[in-house]
Design a protein around this ligand. Structure first.
Ligand code: CP
Ligand code: NVA
Length: 308
C-alpha cells in the first residue's frame, strides 16, 4: 500500500480535506471533554521531525500533537544529519523508513520533499517549503469555520506577498469552493503556473494590486510577513509591500464580522498594526492553537489510526 503522504492540498479532493479536518476537530472536541488520556491512537508510533529552517509553531505543535496521541517524536536538523555531508535524499528516505513511522520535514527545497516522499515507504508531511505550507492552511480553515461558519461560497482576501502560505490558500480555494482575492505588488504576485493551475481547477481567484479592492466586503483578511525564510531582498520588499499593511482602515472596508488571520510570526508595525493584531477581529492565536488540532487530524490520517 502506498504511504499516505501529506505534501500539498492540491493532491487531495475537497472531501479528503474535509475528512482530515473532521478527524482533527473530533480529537479537539475529545480533548476538551477531558478524554485526552484514553485516546492514544498513535501509541508505539514515532514521528521524525526534520528541520532545516527555524520554527516555533510547527515544531511544538507536531511534537505535542504526536505525544498527546500516544506517539513519540525525534528531532533532527539537516545539518546534524549525513544529508548535510552529501548523503542522497533517496537513501535518507530509505533509511529513515526502517526506523520511524512518519517524517515531517521543513526545508525550503520543495523538490527535496517530493523526492523524500518518492523514496520513503512511510508517510512524509510537508512542514513548509518555499512553495507551500499546507499544514498551516488546514489550521486556518478550521479557525475560519469555527468563527465564521462554512467557508464554501465565502470571500477570503490575501493582502501582501504571494508567498508559500498564499499558494496553499490557492490550492484550498480550488478544493473547498470559496473565492480568493489576492492583492500584491506586481513584483510579488502569484506565480503564473499557480494561477493557471487554479484556473484549470475552476477556482474563483482574482488578482489585483489594490489592497482595498481585495478586502472590500471580504469575510477574512489575511497577510503574512514581508520577508519569508530564504528571501534576501529585504529592503526592496519593505518598499514594495508598505501599501499592503493590514491596519484599521483596511479592516474597516472588509465585512462587518470579518476575521483577521496571520500564520505568525507577525512583524508588528510592518505587515500588520498592533490594533489589528490585538483587536476583536483577530483570530491569530486561535489559528496558532489550531495547528495542534488540525495536525492531529493529519497525523491520524497519515498513520492510519482507527477511523482515519
Ligand atoms: N506558522 C508557522 O509555521 O510558524 P513557525 O515558523 O513558528 O513554525
Ligand atoms: N511565509 C513565511 C511563513 C512562516 C511560517 C516563511 O516562509 O518564512
Amino acid at each position: 500500500m502506498n504511504p499516505r503522504h501529506f505534501l500539498d492540498l492540491s493532491d487531495f479532493s475537497g472531501d479528503q480535506i474535509r475528512h482530515i479536518l473532521k478527524l482533527g476537530a473530533e480529537i479537539k472536541a475529545g480533548r476538551r471533554r477531558g478524554e485526552r488520556a484514553k485516546e492514544r491512537p498513535l501509541e508505539g508510533k514515532t514521528l521524525a521531525m526534520v528541520f532545516d529552517k527555524p520554527s516555533t509553531r510547527t515544531r511544538v505543535s507536531f511534537d505535542v500533537g504526536m505525544r498527546e496521541l500516544g506517539g513519540e517524536t525525534l528531532m533532527l536538523t539537516g545539518k546534524e544529519m549525513q544529508l548535510g555531508r552529501g548523503e542522497s535524499i533517496a537513501d535518507t528516505a530509505r533509511v529513515l523508513s526502517r526506523y520511524v513511522d512518519a517524517i515531517m520535514i521543513r526545508t525550503l527545497d520543495h523538490a527535496m520533499v517530493a523526492e523524500l516522499a518518492q523514496y520513503a515507504s512511510i508517510p512524509v508531511i510537508n512542514g513548509l517549503t518555499k512553495m507551500t505550507h499546507p499544514c498551516q492552511i488546514m489550521a486556518d480553515i478550521m479557525t475560519f469555520e469555527e468563527h465564521s461558519g462554512p467557508i464554501k461560497g465565502r470571500t477570503i482576501a490575501w493582502v501582501g506577498d504571494a508567498n508559500n502560505v498564499l499558494a496553499s490558500w490557492v490550492h484550498a480555494s480550488a478544493r473547498l469552493d470559496f473565492t480568493l482575492r489576492i492583492a500584491s505588488p506586481p513584483e510579488l504576485a502569484p506565480r503564473p503556473e499557480l494561477l493557471s493551475w487554479a484556473k484549470q481547477e475552476g477556482a474563483r481567484i482574482s488578482v489585483t494590486t489594490d489592497a482595498f479592492e481585495a478586502a472590500e466586503g471580504a469575510d477574512a483578511v489575511i497577510t503574512d510577513c514581508w520577508v519569508s525564510m530564504g528571501d534576501d531582498d529585504e529592503f526592496r520588499r519593505h518598499n514594495l509591500l508598505k501599501p499592503y499593511q493590514v491596519n484599521s482602515r483596511l479592516m474597516g472596508i472588509a465585512a462587518k464580522n470579518a476575521v483577521f488571520m496571520h500564520c505568525l510570526p507577525a512583524h508588528r508595525g510592518e505587515e500588520v498594526t498592533d490594533d489589528v493584531m490585538d483587536g476583536p477581529q483577530s483570530v491569530v492565536f486561535d489559528e496558532a492553537e489550531n495547528r495542534l488540532h488540525a495536525q492531529k487530524g493529519i497525523l491520524a490520517w497519515c498513520l492510519g489510526a482507527a477511523n482515519a
